[in-house]
Design a protein around this ligand. Structure first.
Ligand SMILES: C[S@@+](CC[C@H](N)C(=O)[O-])C[C@H]1O[C@@H](n2cnc3c(N)ncnc32)[C@H](O)[C@@H]1O
Length: 230
């Protein structure tokens, strides 16, 4: 799968995605990430990409023209790319969105800066506007890195063990279950005995019960409307 990231700070996103699971996926060619800086498509001698908003108000906006030219350059390579604008005004990003976006061949992520982007670019060229949470950060780069990571995890061959994504939080509509591992300081103290029993059937049902209990406690909204949520 190919990701195209439109950003004024390509190095920032590249650094975030250059290690761990995603860094290895890039190196192995499982995913391809290309970076496009709208300054390279500015017709201004100072490579300017922002201007004051019509009607006044604080701050600057990313201008339509450099973004349009950037996107056209991307579409020359990937005509059918799906365009996502990372924005606090978007729909909240969910696991189902990531699972769905992992099925497309090319995904273009637009990182806003300043006060955001000329609305006409969003209206004409953006397929989905997605938010990583109800708070405002200074630019879309962190959000784009979140999306590349969350989408890539759903692609075959990106995780060492495919089954690990299946037991992740949200994959079954619930949170994950608590886990424990070796500690020389604590020994086995505090580890639920069932996990040391070797009885895989019992372990699986303990984990399912724990996942349900944790979800009801931490995120009852995930259970609303389900038979288990009653
Ligand atoms: C300072 S913010 C602009 C906020 C905008 N003035 C507003 O109030 O909606 C600059 C950029 O950061 C990104 N951004 C900020 N918060 C975000 C969030 N919660 N989710 C995704 N992107 C976000 C967007 O790309 C946005 O264009």
């Amino acid at each position: 799968m190919k990701f195209n990231v439109i950003t004024l700070f390509p190095e920032a996103v590249k650094n975030m995605l250059s290690f761990g699971v995603i860094g290895r996926a890039v190196e192995a060619g499982k995913i391809q990430i290309q970076y496009f800086n709208p300054r390279d498509w500015s017709d201004n001698k100072h490579r300017r990409v922002d201007d004051r908003p019509f009607g006044g108000g604080a701050g600057m906006l990313m201008m339509y023209d450099p973004l349009y030219r950037t996107l056209m350059a991307i579409k020359e390579q990937d005509a059918d790319t799906r365009v996502v604008y990372l924005s606090p005004q978007g729909q909240p990003l969910k696991q189902v969105d990531c699972n769905y976006l992992a099925t497309v061949n090319s995904l273009t992520l637009l990182c806003g800066r300043y006060e955001g982007v000329d609305q006409r670019f969003i209206d004409r060229h953006v397929d989905m506007e997605l938010s990583i949470g109800d708070y405002v950060i200074s630019g879309g780069e962190l959000a784009a890195a979140v999306m590349v990571d969350a989408v890539s995890r759903q692609l075959t061959g990106v995780l060492g063990d495919e089954s690990s994504a299946q037991s992740d939080s949200f994959m079954t509509g619930k949170l994950g279950y608590p886990q424990y591992t070796r500690s020389e300081i604590l020994g086995q103290s505090g580890v639920p005995t069932v996990l040391l029993s070797g009885d895989h059937k019992k372990i699986a049902s303990w984990r399912a019960a724990q996942a349900l209990a944790k979800t009801k406690q931490q995120r009852p909204d995930l259970m609303a409307g389900t038979s288990e949520g009653k």
